[in-house]
Design a protein around this ligand. Sequence first.
Ligand SMILES: [Zn+2]
Length: 149
Amino acid sequence: MIRFIRETGAVNAAPGAYALWLRLGAPLTATAGGIAVTLESGDYLYCGSAKGPGGLRARLARHRRKDKRAHWHVDQLTLQGQVLGAFIVEGGDECALNAALSALPIPLLGFGSSDCSRCAAHLRLWPKGAALPSDWENARKAAESPPPD
Ligand SMILES: [Zn+2]
């Protein structure tokens, strides 16, 4: 099951996959595989997985931190941009999440997928107003409606 969360503190320390919702407030020159492109300001979804200690909680907390050295491709975006939330699937697979987003454009080939033989990139542009798969939209609505009492 896919869930949407805004606060990483609410995430279990379980292994799984996520799609990180990122917003660039200004254009950013990003590189992958020696190719540099300018990413326009706007929203992006980055699919990754967390299998190490601390699982999803630790990984999402790292994505939010600004005091880190760029190690992964996605750090270029998290250092400059804003993390607005994440879609998470405990025990899930990052490539399956990425495949579910195949209707969204790829801004930079190879971004985040250097060790993946299936995907052209693990980063997608999320154009304003573009719909996500219905289970993703439902997860977002569920997270944003007030909790029942
Ligand atoms: Zn992949």
